[in-house]
Design a binder for this molecule. Structure first.
Ligand SMILES: [Fe+2]
Length: 355
């Protein structure tokens, strides 16, 4: 199962170009140890040299450079590396340049200096996600889709490694249920991408340690619909879109966004939602260790008839409990990028709200 592993060279590389210590230090402070690979360069010549030799996902250029403007450097980047996304850092003095750059589409974002809070962090992460999505339009394959899923995980620490595991568990359940190989492929991709809509949810909501307010819940609950829209733009198959759109529906009709009930919920979605909850229960949280496999399955059984398709849950328990991956994967949490950085409080009450 190669999709289960992440190869470092497939992660996005971000190039910062600035002579301003404020910018360079901010970049280093923000991204060192974040799992995002980045390079710092001091001038346009150096930057162009790097771009000629490395595949750069995002160039973040300061408009104030000796001998050239950042915006002119970014124009050259467009020629040298068409797929590279561009962010311009500028100040009030360059406001017209910034506005023109945005309107002409020559840059993805403009960040005003000095920035407030996590502006740099948010913008760079979101543009990395844009990069992965545009790459996937060119070359749809499991590695690219995994990159997209991992880009979401960078934004939402809660989902760290979650997508890969959900894909693996759902795939097993689909196979144990006798699904055709074409459908099991959809299940795998749907498992990987089910939370892709979180790219549109602000990080302060995704990573909030306290209970969410009503308004924040309302925003968070938009992620299945937003994700389905993204999947539609990627021309993904209908079963994958169904998984993304309906993965928070419950068998008893008390889920969201549609309140669908029973077998009205597409089969592929009922499978992924079992995998999704199982992974949540068997993953560590800041204030509690993960449940053991038996405990997790008991909790899920107590929800049976309410939350899950009872027959599928039976298959999940009977057929999958003995699987090597099922026993192995929860213990491999550290195989992903941020072994030290976890997690947020997670009450059982949030099982269906926050997944
Ligand atoms: Fe979700």
């Amino acid at each position: 199962m190669s999709y289960f592993h992440r190869e470092e060279e497939k992660s996005a590389l971000v190039l910062f170009v600035s002579e301003d210590e404020y910018v360079l230090r901010s970049a280093e402070r923000t991204f060192a140890g974040s799992g995002i690979r980045f390079l710092l360069t001091l001038n346009a010549g150096e930057a162009l040299d790097v771009i000629a030799h490395e595949k750069i996902a995002v160039v973040v250029a300061d408009n104030h450079l000796s001998g050239t403007k950042g915006i002119d450097l970014l124009s050259k980047v467009s020629v040298l590396s068409a797929g590279t996304k561009k962010i311009l850092i500028t100040s009030d003095a360059d406001l017209t340049t910034a506005v023109n750059a945005i309107y002409s589409g020559s840059v993805s974002r403009v960040i005003m200096k000095p920035w407030i809070g996590d502006d740099l962090d948010q913008n760079v992460k979101e543009v990395i996600i844009q990069y992965h999505i545009s790459q996937s339009l060119k070359q749809e394959n499991s590695d690219t889709l995994l990159s997209i899923a991992q880009a979401v995980e960078i934004k939402d620490l809660y989902t760290l490694g979650h997508s890969s595991r959900v894909a693996a568990y759902a795939l097993m359940l689909a196979q144990a249920s006798g699904m055709s190989s074409e459908n099991t492929e959809n299940i795998k991709y749907g498992g990987l991408l089910h939370d892709i809509g979180k790219i549109h949810i602000p990080e302060h909501i995704l990573n909030k340690k306290d209970n969410l307010t009503h308004e924040e819940h309302t925003v968070l609950r938009k992620h299945p619909g937003l994700g389905a829209n993204v999947a539609g733009h990627l021309n993904l198959s209908q079963p994958i879109i169904n998984i993304i759109r309906y993965h928070h529906e419950r068998y008893d009709g008390k889920g969201y966004p549609c309140g669908m009930k029973g077998k009205d919920i597409p089969l592929e979605t009922r499978i992924v939602s079992i995998a999704d909850v199982y992974d949540a229960l068997t993953s560590d949280r800041q204030y509690r260790k993960r449940y053991h496999v038996d405990e997790a399955l008991n909790i899920m059984k107590s929800m049976n008839g309410n939350a899950f398709d009872p027959l599928l849950l039976e298959v999940f328990i009977d057929q999958c409990l003995t699987s090597e991956i099922m026993q192995f994967a929860p213990a491999t949490y550290d195989m992903f990028r941020y072994p030290d950085k976890l997690i947020e409080p997670f009450g059982d009450v949030r099982i269906f709200n926050k997944l």
